[in-house]
Design a protein around this ligand. Structure first.
Ligand SMILES: Cc1cc2nc3c(=O)[nH]c(=O)nc-3n(C[C@H](O)[C@H](O)[C@H](O)COP(=O)(O)OP(=O)(O)OC[C@H]3O[C@@H](n4cnc5c(N)ncnc54)[C@H](O)[C@@H]3O)c2cc1C
Length: 388
C-alpha cells in the first residue's frame, strides 16, 4: 500500500460516511481511495446503536428507500430489519415520541398507537409500567459492524482502495484546489478530496481555512446476555435507543452526553460505571422482564455534534474540489443516503435527490466564538453530566 501515489478521489475517514461515499463512487468506476488513521469503524461507526429512523432529516426518504435494498446492493448482509416500536414510560415521553407520527405522515409513512394488549404481544419483555407506545412503519435498525464491513468489501469489489493505519496530517493546495493529501506514509495526489473524519472533521477542515464547528461527546452502550427473541428487534424508548441482536442480546445506549475535548489521535473513549448503571436501570424499566439479564459487554463511543445538530455536507467555496461531511450523531442510519449525497457533490456539484441546503457550512458564518459554552457543551465528568 505504501506505493500508492494518488487517486482521483481521496476520502479521509473509514467510518460509515467515508466508506459509503467510497462505495457510491467506486460502483461507478471512479478511482477512489479511503484513508483511515486506525481500523475502519474503530470510532462511532463501529460503536453505535444501529438505528435507521431519521424522519427529521432531508435525507430521510433516501434513507428509507435504500435500507431495504442494501444487502442486495452491497452484496453482503447488514442485518437490516424494518419498522420500529417505541415505548413511553410517561405522558411526557408519549407526547415527545408522538411528534414522529405527524412528521413521518407528512412524508408518506404510517404509524400506529399501540394499546397495552399489543405491547404485550409485540414486546414480550415489556411490563405493565409503560403508559403507551407507537409502531412506526418506517425506520429500523441494522448491525453496525456488518454494515461497515459490507461497505468496505463492496467498495473494494468495485476497485476502490482502502489504506488503514495511516493518518492524514495535512493538505497541499494549488490555485484554489487541493492537489494532494499529506499522510504518515507520504504525499498522495488527488483530483478531489472528501473529509469525512467524524469528530476530527473540524480540525482537518480548519487546515483548509474552513473550520466545521463541532463538539465531541462520549456516550455509552451496554449489551446483555442473550434473551428469547422478540417478534420485533427494534424496540426502544424510555430515553434509550437500541435493538435486540439476532442472537437475542439487548444492545442499548442513551443518557447524558459527556462533552469532551478531543485532541489529535486520542485513544478510544472508555465506558464508565455511572453511565453504564444509568443505561441498565432505564433498560430494566423499559423491558422489566429482562431486568434479571446480566450486562456482558459495554463500550463508549465519541459522537460528533454540530451547533444545530444538523449534518454538514458541502463543497468548500474556496477549494471547490473539497467536500466536507459530518453527520452530527445520526450518521449510521443516514449512511446509505449520505454516501449518495457526497457522491453527487463530488461528481456533479449538487445533490440530485434531496434539498440539502440546510447542510451548508455557511450557516455557521455568524456563530458566536463561545458557542460551546453558550450551549453548555463543555467537558464534564460522567457523574456531573448525570447530575446536570
Ligand atoms: C454509542 C453511540 C450510539 C449511536 N447510535 C446511533 C444510531 O443508533 N443511529 C445513528 O444513525 N447514529 C448513531 N450514532 C452516531 C453514528 O455512529 C455516527 O454519526 C456515525 O458513525 C458517524 O460516521 P462517520 O463515518 O461520519 O464518522 P466516524 O465513525 O467517527 O469515522 C470517522 C473516521 O475518520 C477517521 N479519522 C479521523 N481523523 C483522521 C485522520 N487525520 N486521518 C485518517 N483518518 C482519520 C477516524 O479514525 C474514524 O474511523 C451513535 C454513536 C455512538 C457513539
Amino acid at each position: 500500500m505504501s506505493a500508492i501515489k494518488g487517486a482521483s478521489v481521496v476520502i479521509v475517514g473509514g467510518g460509515v460516511t467515508g466508506l459509503s461515499a467510497g462505495w457510491w463512487l467506486a460502483r461507478e468506476g471512479v478511482d477512489v481511495l479511503v484513508i483511515e488513521k486506525g481500523m475502519i469503524g474503530w470510532e462511532a461507526s463501529g460503536r453505535n446503536g444501529g438505528g435507521c429512523s431519521h424522519h427529521h432529516s432531508p435525507l430521510f426518504l433516501e434513507e428509507q428507500r435504500l435500507w431495504p435494498k442494501m444487502d442486495e446492493l452491497l452484496g453482503y448482509p447488514t442485518e437490516f430489519a424494518g419498522s420500529r416500536i417505541r415505548l413511553a414510560s410517561s405522558e411526557h415521553q408519549m407526547a415527545l415520541y408522538g411528534r414522529a407520527l405527524s412528521n413521518a405522515a407528512r412524508q408518506g409513512f404510517k404509524s400506529e398507537i399501540l394499546d397495552t394488549r399489543q405491547i404485550r404481544e409485540f414486546v414480550p419483555l415489556a411490563g405493565d409500567n409503560m403508559v403507551g407506545g407507537y409502531f412506526y412503519h418506517f425506520g429500523g435498525h441494522a448491525n453496525p459492524h456488518r454494515t461497515l464491513q459490507a461497505y468496505a468489501w463492496a467498495m473494494q469489489d468495485h476497485g476502490g482502495r482502502l489504506m488503514q493505519h495511516c493518518a492524514v496530517t495535512g493538505f497541499r493546495s494549488v490555485g484554489g484546489k487541493v492537489t494532494g493529501v499529506e499522510t504518515e506514509r507520504g504525499l498522495i495526489a488527488c483530483d478531489h478530496l472528501v473529509i469525512a473524519a467524524g469528530p476530527h472533521t473540524g480540525r482537518l477542515s480548519a487546515m483548509l481555512g474552513h473550520e466545521v464547528p463541532m463538539a465531541s461527546a462520549r456516550c455509552e452502550m451496554v449489551v446483555t446476555e442473550p434473551l428469547p427473541l422478540m417478534p420485533y428487534g427494534g424496540v426502544d424508548g424510555n430515553g434509550l435507543y437500541g435493538r435486540q441482536t439476532l442472537r437475542g442480546n439487548l444492545a442499548y445506549g442513551g443518557g447524558p452526553h459527556e462533552w469532551l475535548d478531543i485532541a489529535g489521535n486520542a485513544a478510544p473513549a472508555k465506558p464508565t460505571t455511572p453511565l453504564m448503571g444509568h443505561i441498565g436501570r432505564r433498560l430494566a424499566e423499559l423491558l422489566p422482564k429482562a431486568a434479571h439479564a446480566r450486562i456482558i459487554r459495554s463500550w463508549a463511543g465519541v459522537i460528533e455534534n454540530t451547533p444545530d445538530g444538523r449534518p454538514v455536507i458541502d463543497r468548500l467555496d474556496t477549494q471547490s474540489n473539497v467536500v466536507v461531511a459530518t453527520l452530527s450523531s445520526v450518521g449510521f442510519g443516514l449512511s446509505p443516503a449520505s454516501g449518495h449525497a457526497i457522491r453527487d457533490l463530488v461528481m456533479d456539484g449538487a445533490c440530485s435527490f434531496a434539498d440539502i441546503s440546510s447542510f451548508r457550512l455557511a450557516r455557521f458564518a455568524q456563530l458566536e466564538p463561545d458557542w460551546r459554552e453558550l450551549q453548555g457543551w463543555q467537558a464534564l465528568a460522567a457523574e456531573e453530566a448525570l447530575a446536570a
